[in-house]
Design a protein around this ligand. Structure first.
Ligand code: NBP
Length: 455
């Protein structure tokens, strides 16, 4: 009998999502350009409980094996691979069939394809899939945008495949038209960049200013994960400090190269912020930090120059005595306030785009679906959801009455952390730019009058 749905692209994400869909009771046909991955997926399906996954080596029999109207999810590297795969599979599709791009795709590509597809009588959705490999397999946040008709046709599948949150239901909702699904997933990734940067800075301040050991860092982050900071990224950070390297001669965190790259979505988020004239300094700082981290060899040379006798070390207050418990509590508060500013930037970016494109996105609903198995899942998303439910037109998260009070309560600690870092020569670009964002936003009068007079 025909299967309910098809999936093309069986790398990490596709393979796991296919198994998840099959496990929820929907027979699925799978296809991949390199056919060995088809066999691999079918073999995994057998091993993981005889799941109804049917593999095909040629696109024609793959497409024809799916019940009509057909739905095919693609999980591919964005750009040309998506265009090529659409060409390959659409040759065998019939009018009314639907393609869903589940990859991290540039939203304008999705809009172009949706138009091309609709000209041929096909439906098209761009669906952000969060949560990586584990999320794809066990349930994740799904962010579909595009044809509503297509969404309705596969809603039953998506509701089951999405992560289920006890007080929030399935982490999926039709979010809006056009490329909105890809756009929101892009900003979600930008927010994740900001979060990772801020957490890395908290680690750096505690280690470099507070001299905390890995054991101490582990217990601090575990403790934080029980409170207002509770989130996936804080949880895995705590775990990381407990991992020893393979040879057993030290902690892994001290052995890993301090250099990171980036994929497209973080960069696109910052580019879009500039295009839309929306300030997103925390997310931009996270991207800049990644660029600078990549210059490892230059940094090694620069470190030697600035440690040399010629330049001295007198700018840095290196021998200050630190009250560890106080620093830990201050950093907790600084991290929380900085994260809220970063989420505020992401939300405002989404709203600006939604207004430009007429997508009518509901920010509270986005916070709700992000509570699922995605990288930015956090306990405070529940409160962000409520803030937007209270006031869908909320100009900025920081002025919601509850968040405003929290920002006020935390600002002294936040300033102390940024000052301590500056005095110790430790860069905290994320926390500093979140604070500058807050300090700029909350002031009635800014020195922009001066710029007006001089330009
Ligand atoms: P990749 O992004 O590594 O893409 C690999 C897939 O693209 C394979 O199926 C490969 O087929 C196919 N492909 C390529 Br490359 N060029 C092709 C072409 N010209 N024609 C047809 N197929 C082609 O896979 P992934 O890491 O599973 O990610 C899939 C999507 O999900 C991406 O958009 C990614 O950004 C997004 N995403 C990934 C994660 C994650 O944690 N990895 C998380 C969230 C979202 P082949 O086997 O024949 O080479």
């Amino acid at each position: 009998p025909p299967t309910r749905i098809g999936l093309a692209g069986l790398a990490v994400m596709g393979q796991n999502l296919a198994l998840n869909i099959a496990e929820k009771g929907f027979p699925i046909s799978v296809y991949n350009r390199t056919t060995s991955k088809v066999d691999e997926t079918v073999e995994r399906a057998k091993q993981e409980g005889d799941l109804p996954v049917y593999g095909f080596h040629d696109p024609q029999s793959f497409v024809r094996s799916i019940q009509k109207p057909r739905v095919i999810i693609m999980l591919l590297k964005g750009g040309a691979p998506v265009d090529q795969t659409i060409k390959t599979i659409s040759a065998y599709m019939d009018k009314g069939d639907c393609i869903i791009d589940g990859g991290n795709e540039w939203y304008e590509n999705t809009e172009r394809r949706e138009e091309e597809m609709s000209g041929l009588g096909f439906l098209y959705l761009g669906m952000g899939v969060s949560g990586g490999e584990e999320g794809a397999r066990r349930g994740t946040a799904l962010i579909p945008g595009g044809s509503f008709e297509a969404y309705k046709y596969i809603e039953d599948i998506l509701l089951k495949v999405a992560a289920q949150v006890p007080d929030g239901g399935p982490c999926v909702t039709y979010i809006g038209k056009g490329g909105s699904g890809n756009f929101v997933k892009m900003v979600h990734n930008g927010i994740a960049y900001g979060d990772m940067q801020l957490i890395a800075e908290a680690y750096d301040v505690l280690k470099s200013v507070g001299n905390l050991t890995n054991q101490e860092l582990r217990s601090v982050f575990s403790e934080w994960n029980k409170g207002e900071l509770s989130s996936f990224l804080i949880e895995i950070t705590a775990d990381i400090f407990g991992i020893m390297d393979d040879k057993g001669d030290g902690y892994l965190v001290d052995k890993v190269l301090d250099k990171t790259g980036m994929k497209g979505t973080g960069k696109w988020t910052v580019q879009q912020a500039a295009e839309l004239s929306v300030a997103a300094p925390t997310i931009a700082a996270s991207l800049d930090s990644r660029f600078l981290s990549g210059l490892k060899e230059e940094r090694v040379k620069a470190a030697k120059i600035f440690k040399s006798v010629e330049f001295g070390d007198n700018l840095i207050e290196s021998d200050q005595t630190v009250d560890k418990a106080k620093l830990v509590d201050d950093v907790r508060q600084a991290l929380y306030a900085s994260r809220i500013c970063s989420y505020a930037q992401g939300m405002n970016l989404i709203r600006a785009k939604s207004m430009e494109k007429g997508w009518e996105l509901k920010l509270g609903e986005l916070a709700r679906i992000w509570k699922g198995h995605c990288i930015i899942r956090a306990v405070f998303l529940d409160r962000i959801e409520k803030a937007y439910d209270r006031n869908p037109k909320l100009a900025n998260l920081v002025v919601d009455p509850e968040f405003a009070e929290e920002m006020m309560e935390r600002q002294s600690a936040w300033r102390r952390v940024v000052c301590a870092a500056i005095n110790s020569g430790i860069a905290t670009p994320g926390m500093s730019s979140s604070l500058a964002y807050f300090d700029t936003y909350r002031r009635e009068r800014l020195p922009a009058n001066f710029e007006n007079l001089t330009s």
